[in-house]
Design a protein around this ligand. Structure first.
Ligand SMILES: Cc1cc2nc3c(=O)[nH]c(=O)nc-3n(C[C@H](O)[C@H](O)[C@H](O)COP(=O)(O)OP(=O)(O)OC[C@H]3O[C@@H](n4cnc5c(N)ncnc54)[C@H](O)[C@@H]3O)c2cc1C
Length: 488
């Protein structure tokens, strides 16, 4: 355990008077997890305050509409209507009105193989006849389907090792590797099979064959009346989701431009347990603020949790330490999202699909490209198309730090070859995420145990979000709601 004096103990220049809101709950972080949690507390009539360091809510989710008519998703581009908690939000009138299904052609997905775009099969017959994979791999999948026996592993292993045991190198290189780049911007040789893709772990445990196990999981969902998850967005982009939740919170609940600097324990007044003093800095004037809460839900990313000073005694600021410092071991690699707009006539490819993923063996300077202008209507000026290129991740972290024009120059030649592009983009916009997606690498259970131990040692403090409960937006929403419910 790393109990050391925090270098960032707050030293306020000017301090506002202590505010007492001792029965209320603080939510730290105004991404989708924090908003879902705050929304849940408010729906149970619990006074709640949400502190967000930046000037806006939504965290990684951000959509920008330009005057020319481009709609740019700087973070996630689509979500699946998974988890009951998320599905309930889809009934919020503004979201129900603006919900957009993707273009039916979005079911087409491409992969780069031998420097060419190849369409992935979309039916069982297509899977049998496709020339993307070798006959040897097809035979191996069939053999595994019929002859693999359920396997209850006691030891976790890298995702790529588990997949290799079933299907061999070709599947790992041209199936798993690009899929993991598309989901985690990660490396299947490092990600934990148990934590990063629990449905694969479970499929093997129950059925042996991963394909058979997944078919059984789908059958069980159908039997339970759970419809197949579908992809969606909203007319003005995914930003509508955090905006809709924020709009339902009472106005004083949300404090943007409010960075929480530390948390310290106050003596209990009665048997209801300790209270927690939050120190936060107001961005607009740098004034340090303090407020007291009965409970605090932390929904900030792993690297921010790792740096958060916590003191067991508010009267002894020298006792600040960073009990979650080991969460710095959760790698969250940088990722650049490069939005490129073209006139329709500049691109020969019909862009009739979701986009293309790039296996590492293809040695291209990007992980994948989304056909973002074709996915949903109304995202480009008339007569134009748009691509979103994902660059960096654990595969090429250094590339994510390059400047906008450097990246455009780097990715343009291979994109031109793949898609038949003629000329430079007419619009470009780079968004760089310094810490994009937390990697549930081998050994992730140590981080989960640290979080559990932290909560036991600090009654009233709780942690939710993509550090522990899954990285997809619906999983973050479920995490916020369920952890909030457990605190009531
Ligand atoms: C480029 C990219 C593409 C993605 N694509 C998809 C996708 O297609 N589909 C999908 O389902 N998911 C996708 N994800 C994952 C998903 O978007 C995230 O896991 C999810 O949005 C995380 O939400 P969160 O609220 O837990 O964290 P965040 O969104 O990171 O929010 C945390 C908030 O805490 C704030 N904060 C940090 N420190 C402090 C502090 N000390 N005090 C106050 N506030 C603080 C931050 O400013 C931030 O707003 C993608 C993620 C990225 C980055």
């Amino acid at each position: 355990m790393c109990f050391f004096v925090a270098p960032r103990s707050p030293a306020p220049v000017q301090s506002a008077p202590l505010k007492m809101s001792s029965q209320s709950i603080a939510v730290v972080g105004g991404g989708i997890t924090g908003l879902a949690a705050a929304h849940h507390f408010a729906s149970k009539n619990r006074p709640v305050r949400l502190f967000e360091a930046s000037g806006r809510t939504g965290g990684s989710i951000r959509s920008e509409r330009t005057p020319e008519g481009w709609l740019i998703e700087t973070g996630p581009n689509t979500v699946l209507d998974k988890t009951d908690e998320f599905k309930r939000y889809l009934g919020i009138p503004a979201l129900a009105r603006d919900r957009q299904p993707p273009d039916p052609l979005a079911k087409n997905r491409f992969i780069v193989r031998n420097s060419r775009l190849m369409a992935l099969p979309v039916s069982a017959l297509g899977a049998i006849t496709t020339r993307i994979v070798s006959f040897k791999l097809k035979r191996r999948i069939v053999r595994d389907f019929f002859f693999s026996r359920p396997r209850n592993r006691t030891e976790d292993l890298p995702l790529s090792e588990l997949a290799r045991e079933h299907y061999g190198d070709e599947f790992v290189d041209y199936g798993l590797n690009p899929m993991v780049a598309g989901i985690y911007a990660g490396d299947p040789g490092k990600l934990s099979a148990r934590h990063a893709m629990p449905f694969i772990w479970e499929a093997e445990r129950t059925h042996g064959s991963i394909v058979r196990g997944q078919l059984a999981q789908a059958r069980a969902r159908r039997k339970a009346g759970i419809p197949k998850a579908t992809m969606l967005s909203f007319k003005n982009g995914l930003q509508e989701l955090p905006d809709a939740l924020a709009a339902q919170l009472p106005a004083p609940a949300i404090e943007t431009g409010a960075r929480v600097e530390s948390i310290s324990r106050m003596p209990a007044r009665d048997e209801s347990g300790p209270r927690w003093l939050l120190r936060w800095t107001r961005a607009r004037d740098g004034v340090a603020q303090t407020e007291i809460f009965s409970k605090v839900l932390l929904t900030i990313p792993a690297h921010a949790l790792a740096r958060l000073p916590v003191a067991p005694d508010a009267d002894r600021p020298d006792a600040f330490h960073t009990p979650l410092s080991q969460l710095a071991g959760i790698v969250s690699p940088p990722l650049a999202s490069l939005f490129l707009g073209y006139r329709r006539g500049q691109i020969a490819h019909p862009l009739d699909g979701f986009g293309a993923l790039v296996p590492e063996l293809e040695k291209l300077p990007f992980l994948g490209v989304l056909f973002s202008g074709s996915l949903f209507p109304g995202r480009t000026p008339p007569g134009h198309v748009a691509l979103t290129v994902m660059i960096g991740g654990t595969r090429q972290p250094g590339l994510a730090n390059l400047g906008e024009q450097q990246l455009v120059d780097l990715v343009s030649p291979p994109l031109e070859k793949l898609l038949g592009i003629d000329g430079a983009p007419v619009f470009q916009k780079l968004t760089a995420h310094e810490h994009a997606i937390p990697q549930y690498n081998l050994g992730h259970e140590r981080h989960l145990a640290l979080i559990d131990g932290f909560e036991r040692a600090h009654p009233g403090l709780c942690i939710a979000g993509n550090v522990r409960d899954g990285i997809a937006v619906p999983a973050c929403i479920a995490s916020g709601v369920n952890r909030a419910e457990a605190m009531l």
